[in-house]
Design a binder for this molecule. Sequence first.
Ligand SMILES: O=C(O)CCC(=O)C(=O)O
Ligand SMILES: [Fe+2]
Length: 420
Amino acid sequence: MTVWWLSQNHRVRVSACIHLPDRPMPRSLVAIYMPASLSGEFINRRHQISYQIAKMVAKVASRVEILAKSGLSEIPAEYIRPESERLDLGDAFETAKKGAEDQLGPQLPVVDLQALESGDEAARRACVEELRRAASEWGVMHITNHGIKPELVERLRKVGKEFFDLPVEEKERYANDQASGKIQGYGSKLANNASGQLEWQDYFFHLIFPEEKIDVSIWPKQPEDYIEVTAEFGKQLRVVVTKLLEALSEGLGLEKGTLDSELGGTKDLLLQMKINYYPVCPQPDLALGVEAHTDISALSFILHNMVPGLQVFYDGKWVTAECIPDALIVHVGDSLEILSNGRYKSVLHRGLVNKEKVRISWAVFCEPPKETILLRPLEELLADGTPPNFPPRTFEQHIQHKLFKKNNPEAATPPANATN
Ligand SMILES: O=C(O)CCC(=O)C(=O)O
Ligand SMILES: [Fe+2]
């Protein structure tokens, strides 16, 4: 393993051999934040790092923020995307500008939700139809007049930014530990495939709804109003989720409460928030903030700090999402695609980075409980003899199946435990 030791803007490359008896480590490049007290010992022992330190090094995952602030002009190999993926990458600002100039190019639909509660039945139905069409054709849309006050959204942006403005060593106090299943907290993506490919981002991940299931003891304690603001946002977003799922149920010809209850309802449908922090990147044409993927959620909501970066795949091309003040972006995820038997599309999307400005996005994933619900095309949608396009799977089985497919693209059949 190659270790970059970062100190006061100097980078020292140290070759070290780290053997962790309990866990195989992929060959990867790790940027470490190392307390000064350890650095002497670390350098002296270069080739035989003690097991304790090795363990600590392995525990402290790479933080992209540290790499970015080290002033490097070339990004480490692990962040360089494969050639086939690099063809259409670029600085998010330049890409967004080109997209805006291309007036004829397709743009994500914008749906105004005002009419859902206006009392005007014709306008309400027209809005349901717009939502249905956007979810079917694009699988993504901007929503405006969603009901969350701009002031609350602004406060959410402020507390999230203030947390990420803290020094890294302060944020490390909240570090997650993916290996031991502690997924909530501050983290960076660990390589999950043989190539050790990494994304140009750090994040903070935690559950924000239902209130009975959240654990505020692991939420940021600074800034002081982080918990109050974020919990309030969770509550208000849950109202938007209900509204959208009702309209999307109606769009499928179902009773309005169907999708919400199929996903666990007020008690069990989870809202998980991931604050994505994308530092400036010296080579945005080589890296991705988040690689192309579909979300496993039913719906995902995205808001950001008005720095472009999100792209969605539409009609064979990557389309850059515009930054629309006060709008939220909504993605259809895999769970809703499955329940709707593919009538709503789980959208493929990715995140570009840029050279100038840190981008922060708040993604909230609406997810069914992992084990207790079987995701499968709803019976009402198969009543006319339409064949199901997806096998029944719990959410957890769906996750495992997706991981297996990613790591074994050539495999024809998934392992027995990933199917029903
Ligand atoms: O940052 C964004 O706009 C998208 C983030 C995303 O796709 C995710 O966290 O799943
Ligand atoms: Fe996503």
